[in-house]
Design a protein around this ligand. Structure first.
Ligand code: SDX
Length: 431
């Protein structure tokens, strides 16, 4: 028995399987259990995939115990301080920071793909005005594949690249259009002379009837939030994109599936849920009552924006934007009651044994909603902004999966606990 192996023994049959340990650049050793069923006739079971690596990846590394997040090896703190979202998109997609020429060329290409086909505008008319923007995003992003027949060969690197450019560039336009549609205002075309974040704010808040000047502090805060949300290894929505893409569906369909997975309040929908929770708490004095509800197993209430499957220490992204939340709100008129409640809630929860014992800390969604509110983004658009940012992560992870020479379609098995085999009974004989 080598020291760099794990031996699994089926005591019922006495069969043993020695499996070599696989080690990556960082992170826990991993065993490849691909032969387990054929050798020992057993499956593994891992509810929520808490101990399961679904792939090899070079893109993002997270150390949940230490609160470490690296994009292609670069610490998120350094990228947040020194980079910008489009440069981070280049880094994630190509694996290296761009030279000045590479950055300027990439930025120009993304900018020149920001308009959507005019035929897509009629898609919006099919939705009710009160449709949730995420419902529109799922539909319109998936429909992109109806317009780009010229680049759907999934194994063609050039098609992969142009699809990535189109998704990065068009998500803000599609997102802003879903907001404009919901408030009955005309959709606003992108402006190529603006930065990525400025352009999105312009498409969201400008109207044809008057000039609109983007607040540079808001654009800077938004660019930072896009950087922090860009990728996060194999989270639920990214795993959805990989699984959908493993069937060889086109990247637009796979990303549309990721949008749907992100929508849930346990995942990307948490930022919207945080604001709703803070509004429900209403007063600092009501916080203890809600903390008790969060602990009560018979109560479905949870502290939204707290806890994380991987981070068992402070989410490094939350640390970074906690300061931005204060900076942004310092510019708003008067103190923001919501931030007061959020800060008091964080203070009380971090001292409470229930949260300490379960290592429940604020995550990125706890503060992002407060910043979005301060820059006047409507609550139902918060997860849409998360989707805009995460698109580069989704399409990069999709490209890594599609390009993997060992790629196979993802097809998990199960532990069947249903009925024994039984015969059909005529309806007259049923009780
Ligand atoms: C994101 O995966 C990613 O990387 C996601 C993400 C990304 O960038 O892609 O980081 C983005 O989704 C951040 C998470 C946003 N979600 C929320 O803020 C929703 C509130 N959080 C919880 O729903 C929960 O913490 C999860 C879903 C985030 C994590 O759930 P886990 O890992 O499955 O943990 P669990 O449900 O097994 O909880 C462990 C214990 C349980 O108590 P016990 O049964 O041990 O007594 O902690 C409790 C839970 O009841 N718990 C909470 C809680 N989160 C967990 N109790 C109160 N409030 C909470 N928020």
């Amino acid at each position: 028995m080598g020291k760099d192996t794990v031996t699994i023994k089926n005591n019922a049959t006495g069969q043993e399987l020695e499996i070599p340990l696989m080690r990556g650049t960082h992170g826990p050793a991993t065993i490849d259990i691909g032969n387990l069923y054929s050798k020992l006739g057993i499956f593994t079971f891992d509810n929520g995939f808490k101990s399961t690596a679904s792939c090899r990846s070079k893109i993002t590394f997270i150390d949940g115990e230490e609160g470490v997040l690296l994009y292609r090896g670069y610490p998120i703190e350094q990228l947040a301080e020194k980079s910008n979202f489009l440069e981070v998109c280049y880094l994630l997609y190509y694996g290296e920071l761009p030279t000045q020429d590479e950055y300027e060329n990439f930025s120009r290409l993304i900018t020149r793909h920001s308009m959507i086909n005019e035929g897509m505008r009629s898609f919006y008319d099919g939705f009710w005005h009160n449709a949730h923007p995420m419902a529109i995003m799922v539909g319109v992003v998936g429909a992109l594949s109806a317009f780009y027949h010229d680049s759907l060969e999934i194994n063609n690197p050039r098609h992969q690249e142009i699809s990535a450019y189109r998704l990065i560039a068009k998500l803000p336009t599609i997102a802003a259009a879903s907001y404009k549609y919901s408030i009955g205002q005309p959709m606003v075309y992108p402006r190529n002379k603006m930065s990525y974040a400025e352009n999105f704010l312009h498409m969201m808040f400008s109207v044809p009837a008057e000039d609109y000047v983007v607040n540079p502090l808001h654009a800077k805060a938004l660019d930072l939030l896009f950087i922090l949300h860009a990728d996060h290894e194999q989270n639920a929505s990214t795993s959805t994109v990989r699984l959908a893409g493993s069937s060889e569906a086109n990247p637009f369909a796979a990303v549309s599936a990721g949008v749907g997975a992100l929508w849930g309040p346990a995942h990307g929908g948490a930022n919207e849920a945080v604001i709703k929770m803070l509004n429900e708490i209403g007063e600092v004095s009501a916080i203890p009552k809600f903390i008790e509800r969060a602990k009560d197993k018979n109560d479905t209430f949870r502290l939204m924006g707290f806890g994380h499957r991987v981070y068992k220490s402070y989410d490094p992204r939350a640390k970074i934007i906690r300061k931005t939340a204060h900076d942004i709100l310092a510019t708003t008129s008067g103190n923001d009651k919501m931030l007061d409640i959020a800060m008091k809630l964080e203070e009380i929860a971090l001292k409470d044994e229930y949260f300490i014992q379960r290592k429940l800390y604020p995550n990125v969604d706890f503060y992002s909603g407060i910043i979005y509110k301060a820059i006047k983004v409507p609550t139902n658009m918060y997860t849409v902004l998360f989707a805009i940012a995460r698109t580069i992560g989704w399409i990069t992870q999709w490209k890594e999966m599609i390009s993997d020479p060992e790629r196979v379609i993802g097809r998990p098995r199960q532990l069947y606990i249903g009925a024994e085999k039984r015969d059909y009974a005529p309806i007259a004989s049923r009780k």
